[in-house]
Design a protein around this ligand. Sequence first.
Ligand code: 5RP
Length: 219
Amino acid sequence: MNEAGKKAAALAAVEEVQPGMLVGLGTGTTAAFAITRLGELVIAGLSIRAVATSVHTEQAARAMGIPIIDLAGLAEIDLTIDGADEIDHRLFAIKGAGGAMLREKIVAAASRRMIVIADASKRVARIGAARVPVEVLPFALSFVTARLEAMGARAMLRQGYRTDQDNLIIDCIFPEMPDPCALAAHLSAIPGMLGHGLFLDEVDCAYIGDGDRVIRLER
Ligand code: 5RP
């Protein structure tokens, strides 16, 4: 773990937040550094509103004094800052180890600009080694599991876990991932599959922190 790298990446991303923005707040330990920094800036007078990608993030943001609004009444977000489990030079990412990828995908897609923040351990040549989480309607568990296995996945139900939407997560290991876009399309076509952790179109920029050094990747 590279806590300094996470924090450095988060602080760099928060520099992009401007007064008056509607900001999407990600979920996870790296996003938490961004939320803390934004909370400090709000206390110092920065006027922003935010949308949270999880119940945990909403609670953390509210505790820091960041005004949270419901995405249900909105179609567009100015800027989202979120973590990732893997990110590569194409700005393809795998997300969802924290189980929030369904809301994270909606918030990212609704955002004019989406920034991934990560420590250097998350940067890979090509995404594919991390588990790809899939949110599943409980009613469809066996059906979706069978479809995932037919696609070559080792599919493991996340034990004792429910998402914020009260659904299940199947974590998938794909022995190889030569074409993430084709895989994402196949996943999206499974009825009962509500959201997956492949983020291929959404990310505009990544800040990667290694100690106090930060590099920026831009699409
Ligand atoms: C949650 C996520 C997280 O952003 C991702 O798992 C990275 O988390 P962390 O910053 O704690 O390593 O996608 O659903």
